[in-house]
Design a protein around this ligand. Structure first.
Ligand SMILES: [Zn+2]
Length: 187
């Protein structure tokens, strides 16, 4: 079941010696609500619904959603787009003291981008059984081998984040929603 996998719990990591796991603050949850709005906007234009918000304290620096199809760009994930916009806004690639809320667990590329931007922490909703590299397939942020450590918290508003993804894929499976198959033109 996709839902069960996306809903995977994170509590088993509490006792891990090197985990960078944290608890979510009220601000983190409020920012996840904004990330969910972004995810819904992505779904509305046919993109897999993943949304992200970069914030420092209560200030929103950037918000973005997945644009992989629209931009025909394999790196146009919500996190990367939000980090780029935030860095432009603050005028430096270093996002010290900033956090990023994202509706789906980051992939390896995005986990790397989080470390490279010197982010304080990442807050995510649903676990990603296919690409998740914070807790699911790998624990890329639970290492002290990099020169910067990003804290993380998963499962924030997870049910809502899962619901947005499930609704999107359900609609795509519905035959009535599929675009008509191209047919050979008549001579
Ligand atoms: Zn990614």
């Amino acid at each position: 079941m996709v839902g069960t996998a996306y809903r995977k719990r994170f509590d088993h990591l509490c006792g891990m010696p090197y985990t960078a796991r944290m608890d979510a603050t009220e601000t983190d949850t409020a920012m996840m609500r904004r990330a969910l709005e972004q995810a819904r906007a992505a779904a509305a234009c046919g993109e897999v619904p993943v949304g992200a918000v970069v914030y420092r304290g209560d200030e929103v620096l950037a918000s973005a959603y997945n644009l992989r199809e629209t931009e025909a760009d394999p790196t146009a994930h919500a996190e990367v787009l939000a980090l780029r916009e935030a860095a432009k806004k603050v005028g430096t690639w270093r996002l010290d003291g900033c956090r990023l809320a994202v509706t789906l667990e980051p992939c390896p590329m995005c986990a790397g981008a989080l470390v490279n931007s010197r982010l304080e922490a990442v807050v995510f909703g649903a676990a990603d059984p296919k690409m998740g590299c914070v807790t699911t397939l790998h624990h890329l942020l639970d290492t002290d081998a990099f020169n910067h450590r990003v804290g993380w918290v998963g499962g924030v508003l997870a049910d809502e984040c899962v619901a947005v993804l499930q609704a999107f894929f359900q609609a795509r499976r519905d035959p009535g929603n599929r675009p008509p198959k191209p047919r050979p033109a008549r001579p």
